[in-house]
Write a protein that binds this ligand. Sequence first.
Ligand SMILES: Nc1ncnc2c1ncn2[C@@H]1O[C@H](COP(=O)(O)OP(=O)(O)OP(=O)(O)O)[C@@H](O)[C@H]1O
Length: 417
Amino acid sequence: MSGESSGLIIGISIGVMIGVLLAILAFLCVWYHRIGASSSGAASIPIRENGVDSCTILSDSTLGSESPTKSGRNGMSFWLDGFKKSNGVSMSGILVYPYKDLQKATGNFTTLIGEGAFGPVYKAQMSTGETLAVKVLAMDSKQGEKEFQTEVMLLGRLHHRNLVNLVGYCAEKGQHMLIYVYMSKGSLAFHLYNESYEPLDWDVRVHIALDVARGLEYLHDGAVPPVIHRDIKSSNILLDHSMRARVSDFGLSREEMVDKHAAIRGTFGYLDPEYISTRTFTKKSDVYSFGVLLFELIAGRNPQQGLMEYIELAAMNTEGKLGWEELVDACLDGNFDVQELNEVAALAYKCIGRSPRKRPSMRDIVQVLSRVVKSRHNKKHHKKSLSATTDEVSIDMTPVSEHRREESTESSDTYQV
Ligand SMILES: Nc1ncnc2c1ncn2[C@@H]1O[C@H](COP(=O)(O)OP(=O)(O)OP(=O)(O)O)[C@@H](O)[C@H]1O
């Protein structure tokens, strides 16, 4: 009997021990998954919820074998990263790319696309098949370091289809890199001024203007707090494979409240004269630069090479409304819609108005340009349906006329269209 009870006690003890062990295991599993999820889930953290066209979730296509989840960094480091993220240190949703993956994807940094104020930009062909642009910050410049932090912080929470979105960053081996969506058709400036490119047709130019306006509208009215770009120019507008435009280079972007009275920054030719005199950069200063960009699209002329004088001359004959034809890019060979041209030019002229108060907002601009594009579609649709009706009529008439001809030749003139 005593043997039986001691057996029972031993059995119960073993059972309890197994139970406790299982509970500990279960706890560890849950903990591991939580940490793992927050570490690897950067790509699916909602970025923004507001903004007209804002996309709230980073595309899953940004995840690949190069993403931190599957990269060569050791597990503990991921746990710590995940822990940091879940504790709000890096909740931006921006991926951290290992240096060695970027090194491989850029052929040891030999695939140079161009060089800007930050430093060189390389094309990166990731092993997932994804193509990215890697901006390597010049580490000797203090400004670059500051702008790196600003960009990561800023772009981590801004996401829109008309912005060159930040996909990730790398801060390893004493280097700072920003990783962007790759824009395969390069900058608008290349297309306007490089003779090896086909001239942009009128319809594409208006669409580019609308894309840029939407990107800026998001920065001004969708982002909280609002963001002023501060360096809108044709080399900062990048084009994707289908010639859709996105606003790039937030190096000079600042949250409105943080940086209202900085030293003069921006690019000559695009700078709001009001900003130069007051040293206060507002949303309306971006509107001014956008107006210059609109005229650049119309005239195919560089603002640094006399565009403004050219505009003022044209404006004398137009009173700001009709008659902007003389300004149009000769490359268009007369292939543009005069009404659209006058609407877009009149809008551009308002944007560069001396008084910032009288300039339209980016929201107003989006409305005007959307209307231009919409009425073009309506016109095309109308033309199509007209020609379809004509086709239908001629199809219908053929047998009828033949039939009638058979019946009587007297009434044949009734069928003239
Ligand atoms: N995401 C991208 N996709 C494709 N090309 C890019 C991308 N980002 C930058 N580039 C190209 O790399 C070059 C340098 O760009 P970057 O934005 O660093 O400077 P920038 O705009 O030319 O000059 P600045 O910095 O003075 O404004 C440009 O030719 C630009 O077209």
